[in-house]
Ligand binder design. Sequence first.
Ligand code: DGJ
Length: 705
Amino acid sequence: MSNLIHLNTDTTSLVIKAEKSLPEILYWGKRLPEDTGLDTFFEANHHPVPQARIDTGTVVSLCPEHARGLFTAPGLEGCRHGDDWTPEFSLSETTMDGHRVRFLCHDPRAALQLVINLGLNPGTDVLETSLTLTNQGDSGYQLRKLTNTLLLPTHAREIMYFHGRWTHEFQTERKKLDRSGFILENRRGRTSHEHFPGIMIGQPNFSETSGKVYGFHLGWSGNHRFHAEAMSDGRRYLQAGELLMPGEVELAPGASYSTPTLYSTYSNKGLNGISQNFHRHVRREIVRFPEPGKVRPVHLNTWEGIYFDHDPEYIVQMVRSAAEIGVERFIIDDGWFRGRNDDKAALGDWYLDEQKYPRGLQPIIDCVKDHGMEFGLWFEPEMISPDSDLYRAHPEWMLHTDGYDQVTIRNQYVLNLQIPEAFDYVLGRLDSMLSEYDIRYIKWDMNRELVQPTHNHRAAFHGQVQAYYRLVDEVRKRHPLVEIETCSGGGGRVDYEVLKRTQRFWASDCNDALERQTIQRGASYFFPLEITGAHIGAKLCHTTGRQHNADFRGITALFGHMGVELDPARASEEEKRGFAKYIALHKSLRHLLHTGNYFRCDTAHKESQAWGVVSQDQSEAVLMFAQLAMPEYAMSATVLIPGLDPQKQYKVQVLENSSSDIYMKRCPPWMVEPATMSGALLEQVGLMMPVLQPESAMLIHLEEI
Ligand code: DGJ
């Protein structure tokens, strides 16, 4: 019987050799033709052994082993008080279930069992992998590392990775993948703004529309480590798993540890192919909406409008103005609970501040509902302020290490959710608020990192993340219709594991449209628009001090789950007309934006960018073209639009333009009079763009004739 496992989707093939030792990838890429004699091909085409190396040759398996003379980073590191540190597994059983494979492996000497799970999703082209280690010995096994490993083809030579910070998330950077290797480590205890757990590796110069590329994302909201390397023999691999602290995980006899899931996908059409696969996967396999098919309601979030200054009478005015401009969900952000007058106190005291709200929240909720909107409320459940009743009553609930002073970040500590009483307390408070009021939406925030977290004399990163997942799961179980947004000072906690429990993420605390252009583009590599929180902020941006007109802010916020983050009651009539216009436009386009295929264009001039969405049946598309900085040239380049139907004719017209035509004596004629153009020509020859003012954007609509 063949020892090759061949998984196929419409576009991708994965071939794995599963013999006596741990399985290895022989091929992963464009779908192979049927009946090509794979066995004999790989028999004759298997790795040769170079001189002066291990005589039997080495295999970069799905969990590389030092024991076999492979000097890469091993897939498993651990020991039993020094012993059993270099296990050598044999494959005991391979089980296939459709597109899923389970490899059961053992090392009887080390008394360890390893299960490698792998599934290539036929509907999305995304490969899911995870490993589970079980201690079958009669003493504890100290686990330092268990990680997913994937062998890459030799043309995988360039990396694109993501970095950032508060108000500056999802920034991209490129690097050569060479012998010095690439390591991305996150030790912040949340997914983090700084080291998003995603990476692209592909042919040199892969672009949005061209090149063979592999995309990876680790679904985990805590510490992680990515390691990619070109070995001295030219083979390349990627590892991604949780980063464990010394002694953090000790497996008692019979206990298991599972890695987070690594999501990977292949495209031979550049980064757009990767994003489209990931988006499909998020839509079909990750995010669960309590009411499937319900449109994403336009938000008003009070944060930048009123901060901590909560006056119910005034909030009612905001509600009315919000309804006038078309808002559908009204969310009261931070500042509603006892003693929360600034960011220095009260986290943990999740009781309504009756001084601020003497008549409770009900009058506001009634007003919100009377205006046809839903009501949402902000919480930061995992936190505790030193100046809070909760801390005064239970200082021991603060996550810390005995004998050391715990630092504050944003004046706050973290609540140790592994203490059952602390967990029950915060669950009880959330449950009580959600039961008392008709709250349909939680903005679940998390504004600081974990520093020196210990529980039961061990590092507590892993346990805290697991406890957080349990907490959200329990809240959802008790209140299944409530939608949850994951926020962490903006986009500090968004990944596919948290998205299994939430329906939206707050991409950034930066509402500056210019910055948002880059942030939202970066997020779009992994996340579809309907879950990407994007708001129109105040004209004078609170986090950058820049000013943009309502059109640039509106066009930018339109590409996401849209909202406004300002005080509409104080806005001028002209501003309000602008917000209403873009909210209405978003509503008219949201079927397309939230279900279609998202793409980014390769723009010739680096100061401009373009992205768009084409409907699944390719009958309609919307394109955004933005001028980020001063145009380098007096004329703009054409923009090639990928993803249209080459056979179809489209009516092309401008929907909105935030720029004056200061640089143009004559605009391209299609801007003045809608024109008919073929999908084939728009993709190959492209659409001629005007030169826009810096920091402006244009919205273009394409509709099948
Ligand atoms: C950080 C969030 O990202 C903001 O949107 C806001 O909710 C504040 N926290 C409130 O403290």
